[in-house]
Design a binder for this molecule. Structure first.
Ligand SMILES: *Cc1c(COP(=O)(O)O)cnc(C)c1O
Length: 391
């Protein structure tokens, strides 16, 4: 039987597995040397920022939105792109603020040219993510937002270790964030498996440093890692097993999905150690992804009815590859690819509805990370086959 090809949520080597065994066996899940080591290495990579290690990216959003509110209590709206994972608008609401959606461009990043129009008296902040690691126009956004007296969050959750004009993403704007959750650049697990807050505006440092001092230690990381391995990394039978285990857990502990992210805590030593291994392998992983994307671009150029919406430049790195299917409904395309042993994923919100001429329709995520070139050809040939059959 042919091997199933699916989008991977983490690309781990031996070091990641070793970190897990070592830290669990030596009872160094919460505290240990990996935390200061990660702190130091990020301080070197992001020299103009103050680095705060947290249990998630949304923890960084919570802390910074709280501080912004303290300085500008009369402003209650936060601008975000219309295409984004739900954790961002729900975190904004958790902070008692109102998310306002701004349209995105064809590459799925916020259309920065619209910020001038969207920022008004009520706007507290703009959260600008770099979707699937494709850099947004953050330099242009900085200029617009500054003139309006609005805070800017450089949401580099999906894009650790990537630079724009020589400056690391995450270090633009007033604050920046990184996430170490599944399907990001650096993956240590799920359910608050780590994140970073970069304070780039010096005036915010005193208030945020006080908040950092009062943070509790991480908790529940071994259970969360178990869930990540079963439900995300291994899937299949393990996923079914995890499903029943989670139901039991909810029944006995009363912990629903949403509150795995509260309270905001420090990062665990276990997650920090896995993150260190992930940072070490990042250059190799970026180089491989770039080669795979280049191959996709070359082979898909002449295939009708599909476009690789994010791929408008060469030498591009992405964590996830999105295709826009203009004729076939994504649901049908996904079913046909699945028959060929290729698993795809629907995108955020209603982006996987039938193509209606808008940039956020007709979208489907194709496998990318960890693929061999042979597997990639199989994906492309299957797409081509169905495109010809339709026309
Ligand atoms: C995943 C993600 C977040 C949240 O990350 P967590 O670490 O899960 O809190 C925030 N912003 C963007 C753009 C993301 O993709």
């Amino acid at each position: 039987m042919r091997k199933i090809i699916k989008p991977e949520v983490a690309y781990w080597g031996n070091k990641e597995w070793l970190s897990i065994m070592k830290n669990i066996l030596c009872a160094r899940v919460c505290q240990g040397k990996a935390i200061p080591k990660l702190q130091l290495s990020l301080e070197q990579e992001y020299p103009d920022s103050q680095v705060i290690l947290l249990n998630s990216a949304r923890a960084g959003l919570v802390l910074s939105l709280q501080v912004f509110q303290r300085y500008k209590p009369e402003k209650r709206e936060v601008l975000i792109p219309e295409f984004i994972c739900d954790s961002v608008p729900s975190t904004i609401k958790d902070c008692g603020l109102i998310p306002v959606y701004v349209p995105v461009k064809a590459d799925l990043n916020l259309d920065v040219a619209l910020l001038d129009h969207f920022c008004n008296y009520n706007t507290l902040a703009v959260i600008l993510p770099h979707m699937y690691a494709k850099p947004a126009d953050i330099i242009q956004a900085e200029a617009i937002v500054k003139a309006k007296g609005v805070y800017l969050i450089d949401d580099a959750a999906q894009v650790a270790g990537i630079k724009l004009n020589g400056k690391a993403l995450g270090s633009f704007g007033d604050v920046g964030i990184l996430s170490f959750a599944q399907a990001k650049t650096i993956v240590t697990g799920v359910r608050a498996s780590g994140g970073v807050l970069f304070i780039n505006n010096k005036r915010l440092m005193p208030a945020l440093s006080v908040m950092e001092k009062n943070l509790p230690e991480s908790a529940g990381r071994v259970a969360a890692l178990g869930h990540f391995l079963l439900a995300y990394k291994w899937q299949g039978f393990a996923k079914a097993l995890d499903y029943y285990w989670q139901r039991l857990r909810v029944k006995f502990t009363g912990k629903a999905i949403g509150n795995f992210y509260f309270p905001v805590t420090r990062i665990s030593n276990l997650d920090a150690d896995i993150a260190l291994a992930q940072f070490e392998s990042l250059p190799t992983r970026i180089a491989l992804s770039k080669r795979l994307i280049k191959h996709y671009q070359k082979k898909m150029k002449h295939v009708k009815d599909y476009s690789l919406v994010q791929c408008d430049t060469d030498d591009l790195y992405l964590t996830r590859l999105i295709i826009q299917s203009k004729k076939m409904v994504p649901e049908k395309l996904a079913a046909q690819l699945q028959q060929g042993g290729i698993i795809t994923k629907f995108v955020y919100g209603s982006g996987s509805k039938a193509f209606d001429g808008s940039v956020t329709s007709g979208l489907l995520e194709l496998p990318l990370q960890n693929l061999s070139f042979q597997q990639l050809d199989r994906v492309i040939n299957t797409l081509k086959y169905h495109s010809q059959k339709e026309s």
